[in-house]
Design a binder for this molecule. Structure first.
Ligand code: DGL
Length: 274
């Protein structure tokens, strides 16, 4: 059985990369809904419907473990899918928000947390709710500031991440976040696309002592831990060190753009979600 990894587009490749570093022997299917990306500016109903279609598709490919490598889909659709749409005896669906929140509590020294994410993730309030729970359990106060970055995903998906336009919008959203709370000591990159612009983010922060949380390795470690706790699922995972790439857009476009995210040549197949 292959492990399914899903994102609205290319961003989930940053998660897949982290997972494959920790679990090089396992087999994966990556599904990018590139034809309908970005999800971040869409309504709850639409994101839920698209994400459920992707889960059903990966299930039809034999995946019994699926990682929603997309914060927007994790924030808007994961809980409903887990509670209403799937039978956990048949398939397990995991997201990226919980493991990220646990990491924040380990890293922050002053409890001033910033979140950069898509408009969908910000408006869902998912990070705020999960962070408040986590810090309350640790008996720590917390101050949370969120900033939506609606331009980042379209710029990255268009391959414009190194352009002057991207640089302008990276600086703009960071400034807006730090204006809300200049004491922020930990920033969550709450979108799986954002590690692609990590260098530009660091450049704009200009040596400020702020933890930047990218999710690839965090989600990978959480998955390793999950499989340890569920040996029956681990046993069912095949180990041929392969990854099949599926996209709802043109495979040529996927292969071309995927080079930004993964430094190896890949082949892709086109599929349809409905
Ligand atoms: N990469 C996705 C995330 O982590 C969302 C990108 C989008 O489709 O807006 O939120």
């Amino acid at each position: 059985m292959k492990i399914g990894v899903f994102d609205s587009g290319y961003g989930g490749l940053t998660i897949l990369q982290g997972i494959r570093k920790r679990m090089p022997d396992y087999d994966f299917i990556y599904l990018g809904d590139n034809a309908r990306t970005p999800y971040g500016t869409r309504s709850f109903e639409v994101i839920y419907q698209y994400t459920l279609q992707a889960v059903r598709f990966l299930q039809s490919q034999g995946c019994r473990l699926i990682i929603i490598a997309c914060n927007t889909a994790s924030a808007k659709a994961l809980r409903t899918i887990q509670q209403k749409d799937i039978n956990p005896d048949e398939v397990r669906v995991l997201g990226v928000i919980r493991p990220t929140v646990e990491k924040v509590a380990q890293l922050s020294r002053n409890n001033h947390i910033g979140i950069l994410a898509t408009p969908g993730t910000v408006s869902s309030g998912s990070y705020v709710i999960e962070l408040q729970k986590q810090f309350a359990a640790l008996n720590r106060p917390i101050r949370i500031s969120q900033q939506a970055c609606p331009m980042w995903v379209p710029l990255i998906e268009a391959g414009e991440q190194d352009s002057p336009g991207a640089d302008y919008f990276i600086g703009r959203y960071l400034d807006l976040l730090l204006l809300q709370d200049p004491l922020i000591d930990t920033i969550i990159l709450g979108c799986t696309h954002y590690p692609i612009v990590l260098n530009a983010i660091l450049r704009h922060l200009d040596g400020r002592d702020i933890n930047i949380i990218a999710q690839g390795d965090i989600v990978a470690l959480a998955l390793v831990d999950y499989l340890k706790r569920h040996p029956e699922i681990d046993k069912a995972c095949s180990r041929g060190a392969s990854c099949t790439y599926l996209t709802t857009e043109s495979p040529e476009k996927f292969v071309d753009s995927a080079r930004i995210f993964i430094k190896e040549a890949v082949k892709a197949q086109k599929i349809e979600l409905f």
